[in-house]
Each structure stands twice: as C-alpha cells, then as structure tokens.
Design a protein around this ligand. Structure first.
Ligand code: FPP
Length: 238
C-alpha cells in the first residue's frame, strides 16, 4: 500500500507494559515505571520537534488506584518529579501542558505542581502535551451529562440543544481535537476506558514493544503506518 501523505496531528498513547518489562528483567515493577518516564521524555521531545498539534498520554487511570499502595505512591512521585524536572524542557520546546481527568482526586502536592506547570506553559504556542490523570472515559461522559443536567436545571440550556456538538463542549477535551492515531504499547488489543467519546474514528496501532523500550523509531513506524491508512469516517473513498 502506498503512503497517502497524511500525518497525525493528535496522537494519544496507552503506555502499557511497564510491569512486564521489569518482570522479564527480574526487576520490581516500579523499575519499569521509572524507565517509562525516559520514554515519556523522548517521545514528547520527538513529537514536539515534529510539530504535532497534540500528544495525549494515559499516565494514570481511575482503575489504577486498585494497584498496591506502594506502586500508586511511586507513580504519583514519578509524576510529581516529572512535572518539576521537565519545566525547562517544556519551555524550551514551546510545549503547553494540560491535563484531563478528575484532577481534584489526585494528591494535593501533585495537583500543586501540575497547576504550576500548566500555568507556566499556558502561553506556549507549540505542541499541547495533555496528561490523562485519574482519568476514565466513562466518568468523563458521566461528568459531562451531570454538567448538562445542571445547565438545563439552571435554565441555561434546553433539552433539544443537546447535540453531539454541544455535548462535546462539556467533555474534559472540549478545547481539543479528537486523536487521529492511538498507539498502544505492550500488545493488548484494548481501549481500556480511554477517550471513549473522542476515539470514535481514531486509527488504532498496537505494538508488542513495552513502553520502557518504546523509542523514536517505533513512533516513526506508527506514523508511517498511519500515513498508509485510508480514513473514510463512515463515507466512501473519494
Ligand atoms: C502501564 O504499565 C503503565 C502505567 C499504569 C503508568 C504509566 C506511567 C508512566 C510511564 C510514568 C509516569 C508518567 C508520566 C507522564 C511522567 P503496567 O504497569 O500496567 O504494565 P503491565 O501491563 O506490564 O503490568
């Protein structure tokens, strides 16, 4: 198949396989997450260089709270350290940081560092780096429905005004475009409650490579494969 020249503007990533990466090396799971931060760094830098409009990373799902407390605490610490340490790099690459999810459910120190990074980068005009934190796709839809109900109860909106377009305005992702490409590492063929509304027409690309091993060359492979796909959005080929 030939390439059609399309490049994705918005890539979303399910960064899976950190635990398996560690286990295969006889290491504790936490080591996999630590190495995973290196992949976050490299892939963010690479996507910013390629002038992607947005990179959305599934960093912590609502379901992840079910993990042992020690692992959850370490993930929160890695996140906090990342937010503090990467501020200069975010600035140098003109990246604007945002977050989606139930942010008020995160530990206060993480919320604080996140707010600082978001505020410091708010005027940057390059790629948007969106971290999905304490995120669940069904919760996002439920939260939107509740806010729509509140608007209706307050007399600001009528039931007939609920359309796909107005619904979108109540999602965490109201200001964002839908992802063009979803990359999932670690080989599982699942969406795992990620961006359920937004991924209706997203191209899916799954690799067996575990997230800590995911590098620039894998990203290039995914983008190349995307450029070969024909996106019809339910219509016919032109
Ligand atoms: C899934 O691997 C990965 C996660 C639950 C966390 C991802 C977090 C990071 C890469 C580090 C922190 C993030 C940022 C943005 C600094 P898994 O543990 O489910 O792997 P397994 O399926 O092999 O067990």
């Amino acid at each position: 198949m030939s390439e059609n020249g399309h490049v994705p503007s918005h890539i979303a990533i399910i960064m899976d396989g950190n635990g398996r990466w560690a286990r295969r090396r006889g290491l504790v799971r936490i080591r996999g997450h630590r190495e995973g931060v290196e992949s976050v760094r490299e892939i963010t830098r690479e996507c910013a260089k390629r002038h992607l409009q947005q990179l959305t990373l599934y960093a912590f799902s609502q379901e992840n709270w079910k993990r042992p407390k020690r692992e959850v605490n370490l993930l929160m610490k890695l996140l906090k350290d990342f937010l503090i340490r990467e501020r200069d790099e975010i600035e140098e690459n003109n990246v604007r940081l945002t977050a989606i999810g139930r942010i008020d459910g995160l530990p206060e120190d993480v919320q604080r560092e996140l707010a600082i990074s978001i505020d410091e980068s708010k005027n940057n005009t390059g790629m948007v780096l969106c971290l999905a934190l304490n995120y669940g796709g069904r919760s996002e839809i439920v939260d939107a429905a509740k806010n729509i109900a509140r608007s209706i109860t307050a007399g600001k909106m009528g039931i007939e005004e609920i359309t796909e377009e107005t619904f979108k305005k109540f999602l965490y992702t109201s200001e964002m475009t839908d992802p063009d490409l979803l990359i999932r590492t670690g080989g599982d063929m699942r969406i795992s409650n990620f961006l359920l509304w937004e991924m209706s027409y997203t191209e899916l690309w799954v690799t067996p490579v575990c997230w800590p091993d995911f590098r620039k060359r894998h990203l290039e492979e995914a983008i190349k494969e995307f450029s070969r796909r024909e996106r019809r959005f339910g219509g016919l080929q032109e």
